[in-house]
Design a binder for this molecule. Sequence first.
Ligand SMILES: Cc1ncc(COP(=O)(O)O)c(C=O)c1O
Length: 477
Amino acid sequence: MASQQDQPIVRMVQQHITSRPVSFHVPGHKNGTVFPASLTEWEKIFPYDLTEITGLDDLHEPEEGIAEAEHLAAEVFGAEKTWFLINGSTAGNLAMVMAAFSPGDQVLVQRDAHKSVMNAVKLAGVRPVFARPEIDETTQLSIGISREILVDAWARYPSLKGVIITSPSYEGWSSDIASLAEFVHSREGVLLVDEAHGAHFAASPQLPKEAIAQGADVVVQSAHKMLPALTMSAYLHVSGPRVSRERLSYYLQMLQSSSPSYLLLASLDAARHYVHTIQHKGWSAEQLCAQKQQLEAVIGSRLVQPPQHISADPLKWMVPVPEGYTGWEVQKALEQENIYSELAGSNYVLWTLPLTSEHIDIPLEAVKRVWAGLEPRDGDRAPAVSMSELFPRLSEGTGEEEPGGEEWILLESAEGRTAAAPLVPYPPGVPLWLEGECVDAGRIRYARGLLQNGGRLQGGRKEDNRFFVKVKHRKKG
Ligand SMILES: Cc1ncc(COP(=O)(O)O)c(C=O)c1O
């Protein structure tokens, strides 16, 4: 069996390339000998873009290097079994929900979940009960699902088969998963965790604790978000007896490409090795803290913090913006200095930092220039809209889609109408409304505010300066 020092997929691919193979197989670029002139600079990458030929194993029936690499990853991430994913956490979320539940099962779903979870619920044919997360009073941001919410939910819906939560949040704030797992298992349910933003947690005890180590049954992590892996690469971990590994494999092969990219697979292997190396060397937040303090000195205020009892990811920096400005305005001002943030909120911009921060210089001088250019303004910035105004504490999903026609209407005219498609602010990708939900004035106001501030909304249509959304025809009579 390979050791943690090894990188079986990287090795396998490298060996293949150095053997100078002749390719009479797909892909069409023939190991990078045939490619468009516009991509000449990619010359070194193409040969690594291989397919499942002899010696390179098969993602969907792994027995060689891929099996070894997945085994090593399970060890590092503390799971009983790990799968490599080449279609992001999106594919992982779809597969875990379809594998864990059967059509008609009632399942509790955190309402501020990513759209891939909502799509999973729909494709799996489960009956969702949506739970609004707890909200931090100071920032009005989600602090995740609490045990109290679960207790309430099971009292109202005793036939719940399980729970799907998102932890950490986009901002890096984690739920107390051990307590949630203990409660859900006491009710014979399963706990699925979308940990898309927490793939690096296993690297150090100084980071929030990983969901799989706290008793979650299935966990999905985007390796590409917080680890140095290629975009679309992700892991799915399972532990315990509650979710069938066979069903997980079955849905993963159904949902993912039959021609997985070896670039992504090798980057997943290398990202596991990176985590292992940090586990061994040890990691300290000291340098990051010092850099954070320098930034705080430049902007003249402290970064936004979660409430004390919440475990927060030190690699997520919520940079507060000056009074009178919105996060979106400051995001644009930073972009003028070539500084790109992960997302903007009403009064902060979010930056994501790498684990090995010696590789990054915080552009303090440029930030200083941006802040100096923001003249003091009176407080007319967009009010932080609380999720408690947008979503009820517990609400049943709308269920079967109603037949009937659809039409595009102006956002402002949609109050009281039934949505015919989800409307999704992106990032973070949490649907503001779902298909079948009644559109209300609060959410229209929220969407309008986002558009005015330059936010992006998926699922609508822009024409000139007007924004249209898709709704069901009114019922007759
Ligand atoms: C919480 C959460 N889950 C899932 C996803 C989907 O991840 P991926 O882009 O790896 O498919 C995202 C993407 O932003 C996300 O934020």
